[in-house]
Write a protein that binds this ligand. Sequence first.
Ligand code: LRH
Length: 482
Amino acid sequence: MPHAIVAAVDLGATSGRVMLGHVGRNELRLRSVARFPNGPTPVNENGRVSLHWNISELYRNVLAGLTTAVAEEPGLVSIGVDSWAVDYALLHQGRMLQVPYHYRDDRTRPAVDTLHGIAAPGELYEANGLQFLPFNSLYQLAADQDAGTLGLADQFLLVPDLLNYWLTGVSAAERTNASTTGLLDVRTGDWNEPLISRLGFNRSLFPPLVNAGSRIGSLLPSVVAELRAASPIAVTAVGSHDTASAVVAVPATDEDFAYISCGTWGLVGVELDGPVLSAASRAANFTNEGGVDGRVRYLHNVMGLWLLSEAIRSWEAEGHSIVLADLLREAAAVTDPVAVFDADDQRFLAPGDMPTRIRACCVENGLASPRTKAEMVRSILESLADAFARGVQHASLLSGKTVREVHIVGGGSQNRLLCQLTADRLGLPVLAGPVEATAIGNVLIQARAQGLVTGSLEELRALVARSFVPERYLPARSLVRR
Ligand code: LRH
C-alpha cells in the first residue's frame, strides 16, 4: 500500500511544533520532531507597551525542525504550515516593514470606532459573517493605516502565508485563514473588493487566494541547502488557520456533532455547508469562518485555557512553584460551589494578572470570589465548561443543526476535569482527543493532495477515528440543565 511522509509545521500561540505524518489509505501516524516555545514579546513603542511575535525566531525554529525532519525522513514529499489566525506582516518589495503584532496588543481600540464609522457592525457581518473580535485583521489594518505603516506596504501576508513565502518565494493567501481578515465575501469566498476599497485599503496588497490542498510551490534553492535536502520539496496549502486544520481532524463518525477546539482559545461550534447571517447569530457573536473543502466553521471564540495558563503565570511571577497536575487534582477535589463567571468577558484578553481580574469580575457580578488556588482553578474550569455548553447550545439553535455528541480536540482534551464538567453541563457525551488535531488535519490535507488518501472530510475523519480513538465522557445526569 503506498504511503507518504509529510511534515506539518503547526504554530500555536504558546508553542510551535514540526511533526512528521506517515499516511496511507489505512494508516495515520504522527511523530513530533521539534517543539519550541512561542508567545508575545513586549516592546516599548513611544511609551506604550506593544506586543509582537518574534517571527524570525519562530522561522529559525521552523527551519531547524524541518532540517531534523529531512534528516530523519529524506523521502519527505511535502510541507504544510498552519498557525493562529488574523495576524500578518506588511511587506514592501518582499521586505518586512514591521515585526508582526500579536493579536493581544490593544492598538486597535481607536481604529475599531473609526472603521465602524465607515461600515457599521451589522453591515460588516452581512458582508464577512465574522463575529466581532477587536483584533480581526481589518481593525489591525485600520490601526496600521492610522500609524502610517500601511501606506508603505505593497503586500499583506498572514503568518502562514509569510512562512510559505519565505520557504518558496510564492505569495498566496490560503482561504481558511484569509476568511479571518474580515475582507473576504462570506458568500463567494473571494476578496471583497468593494469593502476593501471602502475601508481605504489597497486591493493590490492582497495576494491571490488559494484553497487548502493546492500546491504553493517548491522550496527555494537557499532553503533546500539550509535543510540539507536532496531535492526541492513541495509546499502545500493546508487549512492554514489552525482551527480549520483542527476541525478537519475531529474524529466524528456521526454527522450530528459539535466541536470544541480547545487550546489557548476554546473554539466552539458546528460545521455547516453555508453561512448563518441572521440578526440572532450576530447578537450571539457567532462567526462564519472558512473551512477546508468550502465548509463553514460556524463557531464562537471562548477565552479557553489562556485563563488558566495566565493565572499560573501570575502565581509563578509571585514566586509560587506550580505543578499543573497537582493543581488540577486539588481543583477536582473542591466540593464547595465556586463562582461561574463569564469566561467571554473581554477584560481577560490582554496578558496580565488573571486571578485579580477574575476576582474583580466575580465581585462586580455578585459572585463569591475564589479564595484558594484550587478554587480559582475550579472556578476557571467550571466557567469554561459553562461557556462551552452555552456555545454548543447556541450553535445548534442558531444553525438548526442537531448535536448528539461533542468532540473536544487539542490540548484541552487532556484536561479530564474540563471534559467531564463540559459533558455534565451539556448533558451530552463528550469525546476527547486527539490532542494534536491541528497537526493531524494539516498532515491529512497534504496527504490527500499527494493522492495517498482520497475522499471527503467525512472519510478523513473516519481515518482519524480509527487511528486516535477518543476518550468518552458521559454526563452525570443529575447535573443536566437543558
Ligand atoms: C486559535 C486561533 C483562533 C483565533 C485566534 C486568533 O489559535 O487561531 O481561531 O480566533 O487564534
